[in-house]
Design a binder for this molecule. Structure first.
Ligand code: SOE
Length: 378
């Protein structure tokens, strides 16, 4: 087995999901590469040391530039707030490192284009962590759509609903709350939550050609953790958009952090000529399936428990009937990345593919701002 030395920059919630994935992957997937937790980097020396001890990283750094230059690191994992993605990716590529970047790829399309150019110029393996594609039930949806079982697709519908920012007392900015600060995040729910829905939609249903969106910022001012001042909130708290897909189907997407009672409800539904399917993150192991070709007297929605060894990813886990969870979607992404490396193939979504999601996000934000339809430039 060949070691793949990981240098992870950032260590928040995503740092944990990625570290867990690197640690677990070789226990379950037969692969030629083995990730080694070589270094983790963050500005707070004490906190990053404690993270390294908890997860088993061999060393710590407090300056990301040192990590990207280290000769003993093969791959850089970017888990920082979005405003650092570009600089780190560019430096990593210049140093010939592979790059795994947390979603969304960038703050905006212009940055994303620079990142794609740098990565492709360097010719380094790359991927963006859009993990929900790798829930076995979502992967099964892809198989069913690609096999033509749904026939012509008419509708694609997705929601990502949360409720954690309803309190006006919640500050913006700083360690945990950078997602509320446009300077660190780029956008609000569009880049944070709808980006997931868009990535899955592009993967399942193909390109989006144009969008019409509305956004709202319900709490207009919040205290900024870094300045201590009350400052304008510039992120979108909620976003809804319509779109056309290139295959002629219609899309409807909604995301908010103000849906009281919903913590992380990602749902999607696809309606085709012959069949429909539905998926719900809170019941992530099930794919709801309706097949109009079924015999009339038993025709109805089927709830497929995606745990059989014939189903995507499942042969690597337990015995049929036993399920896996959220953290496994990240393990699958690492497994796919390592397998792609072994085979000299790209691991989807690459930076270039994730740039498509970024373009849709940008079009959504500008459509809402200008109250007009926006075409996605390909
Ligand atoms: C935000 O609350 C968040 O953690 C996103 O940043 C993740 O990408 C999403 O998967 C869950 O929600």
């Amino acid at each position: 087995m060949k070691n793949l030395n990981i240098g992870m920059i950032g260590y928040g919630f995503m740092g944990r999901t990625h570290s867990n994935a690197y640690s677990q992957v070789n226990h379950f997937f037969p692969l030629k590469y083995k990730p080694v937790l070589k270094a983790v980097c963050a500005r707070d020396a004490e906190k990053v040391r404690s993270f390294a001890d908890q997860w088993g990283y061999e060393s710590v750094e407090t300056d990301w530039r040192k990590v990207v230059e280290r000769k003993d690191i093969d791959a850089i994992d970017i888990c920082t707030p979005n405003n650092l993605h570009k600089d780190i990716a560019l430096a990593a590529a210049a140093n010939g490192k592979m790059v795994l970047c947390e979603k969304p790829l960038s703050m905006n399309t212009a940055e994303g284009e620079e990142m794609v150019a740098a990565i492709e110029r360097a010719g380094v393996p790359n991927t963006v962590w859009y993990n929900y594609r790798r829930a076995p039930a979502v992967t099964l949806a892809k198989q069913l759509i690609d096999s033509g079982k749904l026939g012509r697709i008419f509708h694609y519908r997705a929601n990502f609903l949360q409720d954690w920012t309803i309190s006006a007392d919640l500050p913006q900015g700083g360690a945990a709350l950078w997602r509320l600060d446009a300077a660190a995040a780029g956008s609000g729910v569009t880049g944070d939550l709808l980006a997931h829905c868009i990535d899955t939609a592009l993967w399942l249903n193909g390109s989006i050609t144009d969008v019409s969106a509305m956004t709202e910022t319900f709490i207009k001012e919040r205290k900024h953790t870094l300045t201590g001042q009350i400052e304008k909130v510039s992120i979108d708290d909620a976003c809804t958009f319509f779109c056309h897909f290139k295959n002629g189907s219609l899309g409807l997407f909604e995301s908010t952090r103000y849906a009281r009672g919903h913590k992380a409800l990602y749902t999607l539904e696809v309606n085709g000529e012959h069949a429909s399917l539905k998926w719900d993150l809170h019941d992530l192991h099930r794919l709801q399936w309706f097949d109009h070709g079924d015999e009339g007297i038993v025709r109805g929605w089927r709830s497929v428990h995606v745990s059989d060894g014939d189903q995507p990813y499942m042969k690597n886990w337990w015995v049929p009937g036993l399920q896996i969870g959220y953290e496994h979607t990240f393990i699958h992404q690492v497994a796919d990345f390592l397998k792609a490396l072994e085979e000299g193939k790209p691991c989807s979504p690459t930076f270039r593919e994730a740039l498509e999601t970024q373009k849709v996000c940008d079009a959504v934000i500008s459509s809402a701002k200008e109250r007009t339809w926006k075409t996605i430039e390909s």
